[in-house]
Write a protein that binds this ligand. Structure first.
Ligand code: ATP
Ligand code: MG
Length: 366
């Protein structure tokens, strides 16, 4: 998969700009606040249908504009395709592939991207939400149904959370509680199945990468953790659903007292260990960074296996955060696919990779 050309109109700080990308490594460099991440964000939008920085599409529209337009020529499954996203104030975004309307979820059948930014280097030390986000973003791109389950789940979760928060002041709210609980359990069962399967693949793919990367043959292990009553997260949605109902039954009273949801996929996490020790508690900074990178590179391999093509790899500002050995490892490992790397100085990366160099300056691309 690759992107050959992009045109941005009224997107973030881009008035009207177009640029071509090379098939291999593309180094996007420029001073701070010039538009490097904005350019990656636009490319990410084409794959995910949403930004990785904000939930609010209107923030993507350039100041003083009423709409933003992203138009791109891409190649996927050996076919040239055109992807167009139009964002308008107060109107739902419009996504088209070859002039045919698509939903954000359907975009994943056309283009996939793996993003790696400095925050991801702390993936392992951060709270569980960061790891759930990793799972959600990745699975959404390879399993379109998952995105629909996730949206439904969030709707139930938010409603139920509100009821639990306010029921003491307004007991009538409890009338609809069961309905939301059931919805949450049904959607959680789906999310759990997908997440467990993806975590298993991630573990298999990241292990050899991390072992080689650490140079010490360290063993990385990724385990999926979910609601304790779920006996087999890889089992059928129906079995998982019943296990969740059991858990909820046992915690029903506690839930009302605690005024928060105690059963559901919002509790999920990935337990990451290195040589048998929990990485979140015991790993050094270097180890956690190495593990985070291995996980991202593993994600890329999973996409290759699933779609037959490497996704576009977006590296936002990460190389400067890595020591030379890790930089070399990444640069050697990213062959075979297209990569867009942003950095403040070209730092000789283009010499090392022989790729295209793109200079971004105040929303202009040179
Ligand atoms: P850094 O090296 O600091 O990461 P960058 O080149 O990646 O910088 P971007 O994050 O791409 O910078 O942002 C460039 C500029 O775009 C910022 O100054 C920001 O204020 C501006 N910007 C963000 N959103 C909008 C918008 N909706 N309209 C216009 N400008 C915007
Ligand atoms: Mg940036």
């Amino acid at each position: 998969m690759k992107i050959n050309k992009i045109a941005l109109h009224g997107f973030r700080n881009y008035e009207f700009e177009t640029t071509d990308f090379g098939p291999g490594t593309n180094v996007i460099y420029g001073a701070n606040a010039q538009g490097k991440t904005n350019l990656l964000e636009a490319v990410y939008m084409l794959a995910a249908g949403k930004s990785f920085r904000t939930r609010f599409d209107k923030e993507l529209i350039g100041f003083g504009y009423d709409s933003a337009d992203i138009l791109a020529d891409i190649v996927s499954h050996d076919r040239e395709q055109t992807v167009n996203i139009v964002l308008r104030q107060g109107v739902r975004k419009q996504i088209k592939v070859n002039s045919v309307k698509k939903t954000a979820g359907e975009l994943s059948g056309t283009l996939n991207a793996v993003l790696f930014c400095p925050d991801d280097l702390n993936l392992i030390k951060e709270g569980a939400a960061a790891r759930r986000k990793l799972l959600d973003n990745a699975i959404c791109q390879i399993r379109p149904r998952y995105g629909e389950y996730l949206t439904e789940f969030n709707r139930y979760y938010e409603n139920k959370t509100r009821i639990l928060k306010d029921w003491r002041e307004k007991p009538s709210l409890l009338d609809t509680l069961d309905e939301f609980t059931d919805g949450m359990n049904r959607m959680s069962a789906q999310l759990i199945r997908y997440r467990a399967a993806f975590a298993k693949r991630l573990n298999e793919e990241a292990k050899p990468i991390h072992s080689e990367f650490s140079g010490l043959g360290e063993e990385l292990c990724i385990e999926y953790s979910t609601v304790s009553s779920v006996r087999d997260p890889l089992g059928s949605a129906k079995e998982i659903y019943y296990d969740l109902c059991d858990h909820h039954e046992a915690h029903k009273k506690a839930e009302l007292e605690a005024q928060q949801c105690l059963t559901g996929a919002h509790k999920d996490d990935l337990i990451i260990s290195i040589n048998g020790k929990n990485a979140r508690s015991f790993a050094s900074q270097g180890q956690t960074r190495t593990a985070a990178l291995s996980i991202k590179l593993a994600e890329r391999e999973i996409y290759l296996a699933e779609t037959g093509e490497y996704p576009i790899l977006l590296l936002d500002d990460v190389l400067s955060e890595l020591d030379t050995k890790r930089q070399e490892f990444v640069l050697n490992r990213i062959g075979g696919g297209q990569t867009l790397i942003t950095c403040c100085e070209d730092e000789g990366i283009s010499n090392r990779t022989g790729g295209k160099v793109i200079h971004v300056d105040s929303g202009r691309i040179r």
